[in-house]
Write a protein that binds this ligand. Structure first.
Ligand code: NIG
Ligand code: FE
Length: 412
């Protein structure tokens, strides 16, 4: 047993999905304590009612805030080269879409991934995950999508699988071969999809446990509605639940498609319309917003307030990738969600814990403070979650616990 004592504020985040106005009414217990038994939360309450079991270890929270470990439910964290040239091009006036239409963008990440060994991809990614952990992230979803050939896409997913054994974060693989059409298949997107959706490839992903989800970039520079539907239904036959990059740049009905196929999440939503919001609501799909991406590209944010007002569960993630969101800090992105999307700190905490868990189908085990939930916990060096997100860009995480074990400690 482990007792965490001297907690100034324990945020009692309920299990996801937490919808609409419930996201901002977070219960908090002041002067709290929490007991961990093995991997799970065994008890929590006010410190004055704590009964310490015999032979119990103690962790002093030092009057800090305690909350569930963060879950980054949308990243492209495996990549082998950076794209600062495009960053400068955008500062000189080109848009993300113009760069992509001219043959750059995602395609500029492909060559280096193809030229890398799986081990090299692992080596590139490991320090990124170590930094994410220090910022309070305990679970990360990682997409393929920079290989754009059967071999290179599987290599990316294999790298994610190998990384699981090398560090404490829980990793979730997503197959995003439908990120864009590679140069050698230019103007032949369907022929490209024939290769990456071949039954033998999808069966291998299932049999080797390489991906739980399948994602598609549904956008003018990538795949249209018909092609996206095809990708998701092919992957679903092999047990991969659909996710969708939807309504990022152009409104073309992608969010409605996400609702139609019952996607577990629809991500981006910068240009979502009322029909799209209604479709997600009807399907129970989690709306994953990526404020770091709009911040990085210098474009408008998704309408978070309208989506929350429509009573949807909203999650927030980094979209960490070298093209549109070279932002690996989820706490920074959470602060951006406050200042740029006008989400309250309570809403943002729910979005990056309980609702992010729901976007990954892990709401029964992760992202909440409840007896029986996995003890993935953060101890902050500030007394409240408001103070944390207000201190934009400073790492306020003192201690990280994953499944009941201390895996990161700022004081060591
Ligand atoms: O989520 N939008 C599509 N995919 C990524 C961008 C990937 C890239 O530009 O490398 C995103 O923003
Ligand atoms: Fe993305």
């Amino acid at each position: 047993m482990l007792a965490i004592r001297n907690i100034a504020e324990l945020l009692v985040v309920p299990p996801g999905p937490v919808q609409g106005s419930s996201m901002r009414t977070l219960e908090r217990i002041c002067d709290a304590a929490l007991l961990v038994d093995g991997e799970r939360i065994a008890w929590f309450g006010s410190e004055s009612s704590l009964v310490t079991p015999p032979e119990c270890e103690c962790l002093d929270a030092g009057r800090g805030c305690v909350l569930p470990g963060l879950i980054d439910c949308h990243t492209h964290a495996v990549f082998a080269s950076t794209r600062e040239g495009e960053f400068v091009q955008r500062l000189e006036g080109k848009s993300y879409a113009e760069i992509a239409e001219a043959g750059g963008g995602i395609r500029n990440s492909v060559e280096a991934v193809r030229a890398s060994t799986c081990q090299q991809l692992v080596d590139h990614t490991l320090p990124r995950l170590e930094r994410m952990l220090r910022g309070g992230v305990t679970t990360v979803e990682i997409k393929s999508g920079y290989g754009l050939s059967v071999e290179a896409e599987l290599k990316m997913l294999q790298a994610v699988k190998e990384l699981k054994a090398l560090q404490p974060l829980e990793l979730v693989g997503t197959y995003l071969a439908a990120h864009t059409t590679p140069r050698e298949f230019a103007d032949r997107p369907d022929a490209y999809l024939d290769t990456v959706l071949d039954d033998t490839v999808l069966a291998r992903i299932r049999d080797e446990g390489l991906a739980e989800f399948c994602d598609v970039f549904c956008e003018r520079t990538a795949f249209d509605i018909e092609q996206s539907r095809r990708v998701m239904s092919a992957a679903a036959r092999f047990g991969m639940a659909p996710k969708l990059h939807a309504d990022q740049i152009r409104q073309m009905g992608a969010t409605r498609l996400a609702g139609e196929v019952g996607a577990i999440s629809a991500d981006h939503l910068e240009t979502v319309d009322e029909g799209g919001i209604a479709a997600l609501k009807a399907a129970g799909t989690v709306a994953v917003l990526l404020p770091g991406c709009s911040f990085f590209l210098g474009v408008g944010q998704a309408p978070a307030r309208r989506i929350i007002d429509a009573d949807l569960p909203v999650a927030v993630a980094t979209d960490y990738n070298p093209g549109s969101s070279m932002v690996e800090s989820l706490p920074l992105v959470m602060s951006i969600a406050c200042t740029q999307m006008k989400m309250t700190p309570a809403e943002v905490v729910v979005a990056a814990t309980a609702n992010a868990a729901a976007a990954l189908g892990r709401q029964d085990r992760l992202g909440a403070i409840e007896v029986g939930m996995q003890a993935d916990l953060l101890v902050l060096d500030v007394p409240s979650h408001e103070r944390w997100l207000y201190e934009v860009g400073r790492n306020c995480v003192r201690t990280v616990l994953k499944a009941g074990k201390v895996v990161g400690n700022a004081q060591i």
